[in-house]
Design a protein around this ligand. Structure first.
Ligand code: G4P
Length: 524
């Protein structure tokens, strides 16, 4: 019998992995895909990453793009669950891409290096998850190497992240003696991911637990488990789903420990697709009619398929191949003739996708980031954030004859989220804005390669950009008229105020109390 929407939704888990570079995100991704049967041989994801790292001569940029290209979204099954793993770029200059991706997940796995603990980028990404109340499962990786004391790791998470921890498993040994994981509540042992099931034991002092360790290490392990059971919080599913508590798992992605524990946890406790806030109502994941939003656009993903793919998260109903959807921004219908699912190695045509699923929709520029697709209803999902750029530049083109072409190209790049584009009200040339400098390199490179437009960047007289609005439209108009030379419009035609420095922004904010100056747009 065909699966109902309710059944399909209940099985789905859509998540991202957040980690500081080198903590083991790639290795863990690969193992998840391996156990999920999405790849046959470990090493494929890594090999692709390495190939991209060594092949390129425009190095860093390509590498960053490359990594996200091969692994933008990966779907795999394990047990009864369908998992959608969304990748985020590693480099912080692409932070806005990461934040947008996090708008499309229901949970995150936080990977921590057992010797290094919470590192700066982990902290930053965690803060974004907290803003969105995304529940987090912690995976303490590299237990096969010299690690910190287990209690110390838990304390550090609690202190640095102000987040309660509940160790669900406990490492049996560490470094050279690391021999498996002990499930605290179940009293069961798994000696590695080769074991599909955990073996119940009578306690930590059993042969199958402490017995795996050298004689000298046994008493300490037994004591630790007893202490952990007394002193640590038990896992609480509600506190986890509300984002107040993280269950903690220990393992080694490289040596195949703890990964199965982690997948099982995602299946058992990970939240199914959430209800999604739209401008006029909340959309439940199990509603019949399809709704979805675009959170990422990738151009020229694969040399064999030169195209532009919009990544769409389904929020309700069934996205079916061949269906006609309404693009709410324009009100126009759009035929979804070839939606695609992504696996580690390939993409296949998606016949049906449910809430939580991410499909790629090939298009020639019709879709842009933040777009909502429905079966006719006029609602807009507003969860995909835009951050005020930190760097503003004018684009200088050698050949003035190509100005129109440049305008179109910049418009497209802005729709893809590569840069933000601001058109000054006084008719002066457009300004591009980015969060990190590497994004400018990507823009330059792509304008050159894809559009044949060699460009340079000029410092603009502005360094700060804020979206502006007010309760009274008349007040906003008054402000804009008084500052005509400092007002520009973004891609949606929303006004921004451009300031030369912090001082002038503060000065204006002081004088115009009715005007709101915001650094984030569309954040719920
Ligand atoms: P990232 O995506 O988070 O940047 O990390 P990645 O998986 O690439 O892992 C970074 C390094 O850490 C790699 O070593 C990887 O092999 C190693 N690593 C990952 N998980 C574990 C683990 O559980 N235990 C140990 N001991 N090492 C782990 P590398 O030397 O940079 O690469 P390679 O030469 O091993 O391929």
């Amino acid at each position: 019998m065909a699966e109902t929407i309710q059944e399909a939704v209940k099985r789905r888990r859509t998540f991202a992995i957040i980690a500081h570079p080198d903590a083991g995100k790639t290795t863990l991704t690969e193992k998840l895909l391996l156990f999920g049967g999405a790849i046959q041989l470990a090493g494929e994801v890594k090999a692709k990453k390495d190939k991209i790292q060594t092949r390129s001569d425009w190095m860093k940029i390509e590498r960053e793009r490359g990594i996200s290209v091969v692994t933008s979204v990966m779907t795999f099954e394990y047990g009864d669950n369908v998992f959608n793993l969304l990748d985020t770029p590693g480099h912080e200059d692409f932070a806005d891409d990461t934040y947008r991706t996090l708008s499309a997940v229901d949970a995150a796995v936080m990977v921590i290096d057992a010797a290094r603990g919470i590192e700066p980028r982990t902290l930053k990404l965690f803060e974004v998850c907290r803003l969105r109340d995304i529940p987090i499962i912690t995976f303490v990786n590299k237990m096969d190497r010299e690690a910190r004391d287990t209690f110390e790791i838990l304390d550090e998470i609690e202190e640095k992240l102000a987040l309660d921890t509940a160790p669900v498993t406990w490492p049996i040994g560490q470094g050279k003696t690391f021999a498996g994981t002990y499930h605290l509540a179940e009293n069961a042992v798994r000696r590695g991911d080769a074991e599909t099931e955990r073996t119940p034991v009578h306690g930590p002092d059993s042969n199958r637990a402490a017995g795996l360790l050298p004689e000298n290490d046994r008493p300490a392990f037994i004591e630790e488990v007893e202490l952990a059971r007394e002193a640590c919080r038990p896992f609480d599913a509600d506190a986890f789903r509300e984002g107040h508590l993280t269950p903690v798992y220990f393992g080694s992605a490289l040596r195949n420990f703890g990964v199965r524990d982690l997948i099982e946890a995602l299946g058992a406790y990970g939240p199914p697709p959430r209800a999604q806030e739209a401008d006029s109502r909340t959309v439940e994941a199990t509603e019949d009619r399809m709704t979805s939003f675009v959170f990422k656009i990738q151009a020229n993903m694969d040399p064999n398929h030169r195209d532009r793919i919009a990544f769409v998260r389904v929020c309700s109903g069934i996205l079916q191949r061949g269906m006609k959807a309404k693009l709410v921004r324009t009100g126009k219908p759009m035929s979804l003739s070839a939606p695609q699912f992504f696996f580690a190695r390939s993409r296949i045509t998606a016949d049906e996708a449910y809430a939580g699923d991410v499909v790629g929709i090939p298009n020639h520029g019709t879709l842009r980031i933040g777009d909502t697709l429905t079966e006719g209803e006029d609602i807009l999902f507003r969860g995909v954030p835009n951050f005020a750029p930190e760097i503003l530049r004018r684009v200088r083109l050698g050949d003035a004859m190509k100005a129109k072409k440049l305008k179109d190209a910049l418009h497209q790049m802005a729709e893809e989220g590569v840069v933000q584009l601001f058109t000054p009200e006084d008719g002066s040339p457009a300004i591009v804005g980015v969060v990190g400098a590497l994004q400018l390199d990507v823009l330059k490179e792509r304008l050159n390669i894809e559009y044949g437009l060699p460009v340079d960047f000029e410092v603009s007289r502005f360094s700060i950009c804020r979206w502006i609005d007010a309760d009274e439209q008349a007040e906003l108009t008054r402000f804009m008229e008084a500052h005509r030379g400092d007002i520009a419009r973004d891609l949606d035609d929303d006004p921004v105020f451009l300031a030369q420095h912090e001082f002038s922004l503060n000065y204006e904010a002081e004088r115009w109390k009715a005007i709101r100056f915001t650094t984030v747009k569309d954040y719920q």
